[in-house]
Design a binder for this molecule. Structure first.
Ligand SMILES: Cc1cc2nc3c(=O)[nH]c(=O)nc-3n(C[C@H](O)[C@H](O)[C@H](O)COP(=O)(O)OP(=O)(O)OC[C@H]3O[C@@H](n4cnc5c(N)ncnc54)[C@H](O)[C@@H]3O)c2cc1C
Length: 485
């Protein structure tokens, strides 16, 4: 059986779960009461140029990009590691950075990461194979997450611990003030200008004052609490509304499992059907960076809100139950899984979507067909299928409507629900994060609002940092350099 993912499941394989709404769950009623919190003086922890809140893919790239411009940067992260879902969420399949012709369009920070990760921490096709349509090569990589629609793409799987280590190293090298175990809880506002944030830690409640705040929480926590409008509509034909906690099974033989899938399509289909009959939500494993570890980025649940604490709790309970049952079924029935054990349940819940903040400009489905290249482009994404051109991402989509002093990047970037399908992916989060970091530092350094930063200045700095932009934008941003070529 071939496993070319459908357009709707291009990054996460086959088997869309049906959106099943609230599923009629019972929850205990909450009392219709409020509690008045006392006002109090709290210590100022620090004053900084650029405050980045959330150390996932978008936050780490934002912090590094801003620091490269000499800004004093503080990064606040609620957990003990960096990388967000790409490490703690076990989303170790870093989706497409190359376009359908094999050109690496998500570069800059993304390229720096892969230039530096140890070789043994990465499983992916060599550069010479990106864009290849050779049947044997695509067949090989289609089982290892790096060929879609008959084209080999640069979408490797990685060792999450190696990325955690590298991310920390980057903080140290760039003299970024890293504050771990710190949950940002409230923006500090001066009218509609965000001037910092309050965070909670074991020390209690403290404030950080900043010239520019970049929200990279994935859920637009700070922007929402500052009153920014957001969209939360979903594309029910896609999986971007699904939520689950991923897990890895160790002690497996993925080569044997893959051989079974390739050579016994009826057996594979029958196995998957039996699993679905027993569990309803049943997943197949993805190749990780090692053949003795199988990655499960599901089972995908739906109808839950990622910003509702009781839903999050229920997702953890169900995900855990399903992980244990998967282990049971795979151990007894799946070739290569006889000695499997539950290696790790992800430390971070896998949220694909909660809020997308509203902005004046954004990528929409209409743009895919029109092939728009925004004059304020700050990045280029691969499209979902070869029939569409690359997708130009505007600076305007990082500027929340009605708010000043703040930028947003990563999973909650402004876009429509269909475009969120790919703009939420790890490389795209690196890309918007890097752009936000550059813009934030330029604003802080010049003492102006992020909205007033010249897009050309951002583009020039992004190019200097190795990012990819559309050829027409490169020519406009660097006319002399282009003319000399
Ligand atoms: C199950 C699943 C499968 C996926 N599959 C793929 C795939 O195959 N390929 C791919 O490229 N992408 C995939 N994605 C998408 C991708 O992982 C995420 O969209 C991406 O990691 C988002 O990056 P981010 O920086 O915006 O947010 P996150 O990765 O969520 O990082 C946000 C960080 O902010 C921290 N934070 C949040 N709130 C606060 C706060 N208030 N104070 C302090 N810190 C805070 C969090 O702890 C976290 O570290 C998948 C996602 C899921 C859930």
């Amino acid at each position: 059986m071939t496993d070319q993912p459908s357009i709707n499941s291009v990054s996460e394989g086959m088997g869309l779960e049906i959106f099943d709404g609230a599923q009629g769950r019972q929850r205990r009623p909450r009392p219709a009461l409020t509690h008045r919190e006392a006002a109090r003086e709290i210590p100022v922890f620090s004053e900084t140029d650029v405050l980045v809140i959330g150390g996932g893919p978008s936050g780490t790239s934002a912090a590094v990009a801003a620091a490269k411009l000499g800004a004093d940067v503080t990064l606040v992260e609620r957990y003990n590691h960096l990388g967000g879902l790409s490490t703690g969420g076990l989303v170790i399949w870093i989706d497409r950075m190359s376009d359908w012709s094999g050109t690496q369009v998500i570069s800059g920070f993304a390229r720096d990461v892969f230039d530096r990760l140890p070789k043994e921490a990465v499983l992916g096709p060599p550069r010479s194979e990106w864009g290849s349509k050779d049947a044997a090569i695509t067949d090989y990589w289609s089982y290892r997450s790096a060929a879609f629609q008959g084209v080999v793409t640069w979408s490797p799987t990685i060792d999450p611990e190696a990325l955690k280590t590298l991310s920390m190293q980057m903080m140290v090298e760039n003299k970024i003030r890293l504050v771990l175990h710190a949950l940002a809880v409230e923006p500090i506002m001066d009218g509609n200008v965000m001037t910092g944030a309050i965070f909670e830690s074991k020390e209690g409640r403290q404030a950080i004052r900043a010239k520019v705040v970049i929200d990279t929480t994935g859920d637009a926590d700070m922007l929402a609490r500052a009153g920014a409008k957001s969209d939360s509509d979903i594309d029910t034909s896609d999986i971007h509304h699904c939520i689950n906690t991923a897990f890895m099974l160790g002690g497996v033989d993925m080569e044997r499992w893959t051989e079974f899938r390739r050579t016994n399509s009826a057996g594979f289909a029958d196995f998957m059907k039996r699993g679905r009959d027993r569990l309803k939500f049943f997943e197949k494993p993805f190749f990780s960076w090692r053949s003795d570890i199988g990655l499960f980025m599901g089972p995908r649940l739906s109808g839950y809100s990622a910003i509702d604490v009781e839903d999050l709790t229920e997702v953890e309970l169900k995900s855990r139950q399903l992980a244990v049952k998967h282990l049971e079924i795979y151990r007894t029935e799946a070739p290569g899984f006889e000695n499997a054990f539950l290696l790790l349940g992800a430390p971070q819940v896998g949220v694909r979507h909660s809020r997308r903040f509203a902005a004046e400009r954004m990528v929409t489905r209409k743009q895919w067909d029109e092939g728009t290249v925004w004059d304020d482009e700050v990045g280029v994404s691969t499209s979902l299928a070869p029939k569409w051109k690359n997708i130009s991402v505007p600076y305007g989509s990082l500027l929340p409507s009605g708010l000043e002093g703040a930028l947003g990047a990563g999973r909650h970037v402004a876009c429509d629900a269909s475009s969120h399908t790919f703009l939420r992916e790890v490389p795209q989060c690196w890309m918007t994060g890097q752009a936000a970091g550059v813009a934030g530092a330029l604003a802080a350094n010049a003492g102006i609002a992020p909205r007033r930063v010249e897009p050309r200045a951002i583009q020039r700095e992004l190019l200097r940092q190795g990012a990819y932009l559309s050829p027409s934008i490169v020519a406009a941003a660097e006319p002399t350099a282009s003319a000399a070529e």
